[in-house]
Design a protein around this ligand. Structure first.
Ligand SMILES: Cc1cc2nc3c(=O)[nH]c(=O)nc-3n(C[C@H](O)[C@H](O)[C@H](O)COP(=O)(O)OP(=O)(O)OC[C@H]3O[C@@H](n4cnc5c(N)ncnc54)[C@H](O)[C@@H]3O)c2cc1C
Length: 454
C-alpha cells in the first residue's frame, strides 16, 4: 500500500539533527500521487540519498517521500548526450552506465551518491563552477508534480520562474519526477591533474585567480589550523579530462575505471577522536607529504570522489554528528572575510580536517541558488557544546562581507541571517504561494528558516 509509512529516525549526512519522520517509499508515480492526495500528513518533503548535511530533507513527525525506488533511466540520445531519467536515479548509476559509453556528468558534487532530484533541488556545484556554473545549467527541463496534483514541465523557455525557483528550492516548489540533463562527452575515465602547494591563503587565491582559466576543475585543500603567515596554506588540485591519446599504453580501455577498494567505517568513533591535536597532526602530514607535481594521471573516481571510497565515513565524527559549514564570499572583500572566519575558528580551537576552498564563477537565475561570484569555503565541524553559537557568530561575519551559507549544508542558521543572505527570498515565496497555496511541501529546515509559514 502506497499510503503506508514507517516512522523512523532520519538524518542528513552530518547526522545532526536526527528526527523521527513518517517515511514513504513509493515505487511508481501512481503511488506518489496517492500519497500526495491522501492528506494523511500535514506536510511532505522529498528525500533523495540524504547527502545534504542537515535538516533539508527532514520533516519532524511529518511526511518524507524517499525517491530511491523511482529511479528508472528513461531515454538517452548518444548524439547530443541528453539523458532523461527519473529523479531518484543517482549520479553513481549514471556514471556506471554512461562513462563506459564516453559520457561524464557536466557538473558533479564531491560525492556521486546523490540523486538527480537532490542535485536539482540544491542546484549543486562542483570543481568546475568557475568555468561551467551549476548542475542547473545542464538541465534542459524537468517534470514537477505540484501539491495540486498537476504535472508541470519546466525549462528555461517554459515556466521560467518555476524552473529557477526549483533549482536550489530544496524540494519546496514540487516533487521533481524526472529530468533531461546534458552529459559531457569524454575520451577517457582519467584526468590530468596538477598539484601545487600554496604557502598561505593569499598565495592560494592568487594562483587560482591567475591560472584557473587553464583548468576545467579546480579545488584546494586548506590547512585551517595553520596560523600567522601560513594561515590558509593549501594544496591546489587542478586538472582537465585526459584525452585518450595522452594515456600510457598500459591503459588499454580508456573509458574503464581501474578497480577500487572500498572500506566501511563499521562503528562511530568516540567523539574525542577528532580534536585539534589529531587534526593538526593530520594536516601537517597531508601538507608535508603532498608534493607539487604536474600532469598526474588520476582516475575520475579518485579525483572527484575521494571520500566515496569509505562507506559511512560520517561515523568518524562520533554519535553526535557534525555540521558542514559552507559559505560563499564575493570577490570584493572575500579574501578578508575568509581570513576572519579562519582566525575565529582557530581561536575557538575547533578544527576541520576537511577544509575545501573553491572559486565560484557567475551565478545563475536560481532564486535560492547558493553560488555568487567569489570563493567558497567548506569546513566539517563536530557537534559539541558551543558550536551553534559559534556558527551564528560566523554567519554574522559572513553576512557582513556580503556572503551566504549553503542550504544543502546548513543545519543551524537563523531565519534572520537566512533572509539577509538570500535577497530573492520574497520572489521565491511568491512562486511557492502560487504553486503550493496550502503549504503542503515543508521541511524542518524550511520551518526553521521561515521559508514557509510554521
Ligand atoms: C561528501 C559530500 C560531498 C559533497 N560535495 C558537494 C559539492 O561539491 N557541491 C555541492 O553543491 N554539494 C555537495 N554536497 C551536497 C550534496 O550534493 C547535496 O546536498 C545534494 O542535494 C544531495 O542530494 P541527495 O539526493 O542526497 O538529496 P537529499 O540530501 O536527500 O535532499 C536534498 C534536498 O533535495 C530535495 N529533493 C531530493 N529529491 C527531490 C525530488 N525528487 N524532488 C524535489 N526535491 C527533492 C530534498 O527535499 C532536500 O531539500 C556534498 C555532500 C556530501 C555528503
Amino acid at each position: 500500500m502506497a499510503e503506508h509509512f514507517v516512522t523512523e529516525p532520519l538524518s542528513g549526512w552530518g547526522r545532526f539533527p536526527v528526527e523521527r519522520c513518517n517515511v514513504y517509499r513509493p515505487e511508481s508515480r501512481r503511488q506518489l500521487t496517492a500519497i500526495l492526495e491522501s492528506g494523511a500528513q500535514p506536510s511532505l518533503i522529498s528525500f533523495g540519498l540524504g547527502r545534504s548535511y542537515g535538516d533539508a530533507p527532514l520533516n519532524s513527525q511529518e511526511g518524507v517521500i524517499c525517491h530511491t525506488r523511482l529511479n528508472r533511466l528513461l531515454a538517452f540520445d548518444a548524439q547530443s548526450g541528453v539523458l532523461e531519467c527519473e529523479a531518484g536515479v543517482s549520479l553513481a548509476e549514471i556514471l556506471q552506465y554512461f562513462l563506459p559509453r564516453g559520457f561524464f556528468l557536466s557538473v558533479t558534487p564531491g560525492t556521486k551518491f546523490v540523486t538527480v532530484g537532490g542535485a536539482i533541488a540544491a542546484d549543486v556545484h562542483g570543481k568546475n563552477h568557475h568555468q561551467d556554473g551549476t548542475f542547473g545549467n545542464f538541465v534542459l527541463d524537468f517534470k514537477l508534480l505540484t501539491p495540486k496534483g498537476e504535472t508541470i514541465s519546466c525549462s528555461p523557455n517554459n515556466n521560467f520562474e518555476l524552473f529557477w525557483a526549483t533549482h536550489g528550492g530544496m524540494g519546496l516548489t514540487g516533487i521533481i519526477l524526472s529530468a533531461r540533463i546534458k552529459l559531457r562527452p569524454v575520451e577517457s575515465a582519467w584526468a590530468l591533474v596538477d598539484y601545487q602547494k600554496a604557502t598561505n591563503l593569499e598565495d592560494a587565491l592568487e594562483r587560482m585567480t591567475e591560472s584557473d582559466i587553464r583548468y576545467q576543475y579546480s579545488v584546494a585543500w586548506i590547512d585551517c589550523l595553520a596560523s600567522g603567515r601560513h594561515m590558509g596554506r593549501a594544496v591546489l588540485m587542478r586538472g582537465n579530462h585526459a584525452p585518450a591519446k595522452e594515456l600510457p599504453r598500459r591503459i588499454r580501455r580508456p573509458l574503464s575505471q581501474p578497480p577500487h577498494r572500498h572500506w566501511t567505517l563499521p562503528f562511530d568513533f568516540p567523539s574525542m577522536a577528532l580534536n585539534s591535536f589529531t587534526v593538526r597532526a593530520f594536516n601537517s602530514l597531508y601538507y608535508g607529504t603532498h608534493r607539487s607535481a604536474a600532469r598526474q594521471l588520476i582516475d575520475l573516481d579518485t579525483f572527484f570522489y575521494p571520500l566515496d571510497a569509505i562507506y559511512h565515513w560520517n561515523r568518524m565524527y562520533g554519535r553526535r554528528g557534525f555540521v558542514q559549514y559552507q559559505v560563499a564570499l564575493p570577490l570584493d572583500g572575500g579574501l578578508e572575510g575568509l581570513k576572519v572566519v579562519l582566525a575565529r575558528l582557530a581561536r575557538s580551537r575547533r578544527a576541520s580536517f576537511l577544509a575545501v576552498l573553491k572559486r565560484l564563477g557567475m551565478p545563475n537565475p536560481g532564486l535560492l541558488s547558493f553560488p555568487i561570484q567569489g570563493y567558497t569555503l567548506a569546513l566539517d565541524l563536530p557537534v559539541n557544546r558551543g558550536l551553534v553559537p559559534l556558527l551564528h557568530e560566523l554567519d554574522r561575519v559572513v553576512l557582513s562581507y556580503g556572503g551566504r551559507v549553503y542550504l544543502a549544508k546548513d543545519a543551524v542558521m537563523t531565519s534572520q541571517s537566512f533572509a539577509a543572505m538570500y535577497p530573492k527570498l520574497e520572489q521565491f515565496r511568491a512562486v511557492k504561494r502560487k504553486v503550493d497555496p496550502q503549504g503542503l511541501l515543508s521541511s524542518s529546515q524550511a520551518r526553521r528558516l521561515a521559508i514557509v509559514e510554521k
